[in-house]
Design a protein around this ligand. Sequence first.
Ligand code: OXD
Ligand code: MN
Length: 601
Amino acid sequence: MKNIAPAIFPPNGIGDTEPTNQAVLDWVQEIGKLTKPENIFWCDGSERESEFLISESLKQNVLIKLNEKKVSRSYLHRSNPNDVARVEKFTFICTPTKNEAGPTNNWSEPAETYAKLQGLLNGAMRGRTMFVVPYMMGPPDSPLTKVGFEITDSKYVVLNMRIMTRMGKAALDRLGTDPTAEWNRGVHSLLDVDPDRRLICHFPQDNTIISVGSGYGGNVLLSKKCLALRIGSYLARKQGWMAEHMLILGVESPEGKKHYVAAAFPSACGKTNFAMLIPPAYFKGWKVTTIGDDIAWMQIRNGQLYAVNPENGYFGVVPGTSYQSNPNAMKSIAHDTIYTNAALTDDGDVWWEGKDDARPMHALDWRGNDWSPASKEKAAHPNSRFTTPMRNNPALDLDVEKGEGVPISAIIFGGRRSDTVPLVYQAFDWNHGVYLGATMASETTAAAAGAVGQVRRDPMAMLPFCGYNIGDYFQHWIDIGKRLINPPLIFNVNWFRKGVNGQFLWPGFGENMRVLKWIIDRCEETGGALKSPIGWLPSPHDLDLAELDIDHKCVAEILGIDHEEWQKEIAAHGKFFDSLGGVVPEELQKKREQLASRFRE
Ligand code: OXD
Ligand code: MN
């Protein structure tokens, strides 16, 4: 097997910060014995360590340095072309019984899976360096914060983990020396990046993740989808909190009144754009600030839901990001950023479809091949990504490090639907909101391998990320509701509805502020709404559409409910629930019957 990650040899003072926790040391020794690396590199997250890793990555062509004048301290990485997205079919939840993993997860038996992975990992790091990455998810003083260790043979992983998590000393300090303390064990090896030897396995009962055969972020930055969502959701149910695939943003009115909302949209449906929204000129004095763009951990305090962002950076989709769609993201990725699978221009800048700059006449595409506007292939991969520290975001909320989290006034569900689902509506109550989340659907995107553009049900945007039985997950939502004295209001949005001619009916981006404003008005009990069979619906004059260049017909269309489409939708909800094989709580079945009967009234 070709060694695609040759060992590196740090000078004294780099790579030698061994943790003091004996349980960690024993585990590293065990994995070392199995994978047989050339050497062990103990990461501490320091600047010096990062400089050394970058210089070695440049030598080994893991990174390409970008033009300092265009994007300072930034790099391009090209992944193996067979390895560009999350691989749901190779992702497993390894619980003792299949029932615990439930109908939406691939399940495999833990003992057999460990044996198989041990076979794959045996000697896998020969001639390579084994990096040990201590990291922390969540603000340093939050009760929700978790510690993890990721062992990896990829320098790209270490450099990305440094951006995406609080890596190094802070994590070691938080863990301390107690050998019985809770921490997540993560093992990653690139092996030879062969799709036939690619497995992402979660062992929730052991708080363990093993990922082999991939170098793509979503499969290998084990802090993110694997720990913060799959293992996180399992721990959350056990410990009475929530781990959700949600952005968190703050909205402040000109009078200084502030609300926080959390929103779950499936992958590549605009969570980062919404989290960094800049209100249009008409909304002078309104401010939107970002707590997080992908994951929310939420707990109940005094009967109210509070959220923290466990991450420390953004791993966002590059194509379509522009000063027009998301100026704050553009400013964030203008420096100190790692790009993956973007195109490289002749002057050492990165380029992608949808960037503001004019198309270059020549570039190297994401595979490193010559590209010109006449090329049939895209220059940047549709799932090319940026990894950037959240500190780069000019709209970062000041309370992002607050350990207790921020109080959540509203939860928003949403998906990419060309038809049926109106721009926005509000659930009648918490359990109806759980129903909206449970029946959410979206047209698939390039974030996961597979066909693009097909409507699939994606409950709470957690279909690929719920680490246990989805029926129990729905019940957990219902149980959380019972403990809330002051529950957030729940909404559903759809920015993507199309008119009869196939054109988008809503301008989206910054104009989504108008929808957000109505949501805030509802929280403040000042916003008007009509009772419809699907929930509380704004009439056109309940939305503030001043100075918006939009046809009244489009507004009526996007807020409309087509009874025939909804009959199909309700039938699809039933079919989806049936496909889950009897795990859906009675309460949600009842909500479906009530929805159907409201249409008959
Ligand atoms: C992501 C995803 O990368 O949801 O955030 O796929
Ligand atoms: Mn995501």
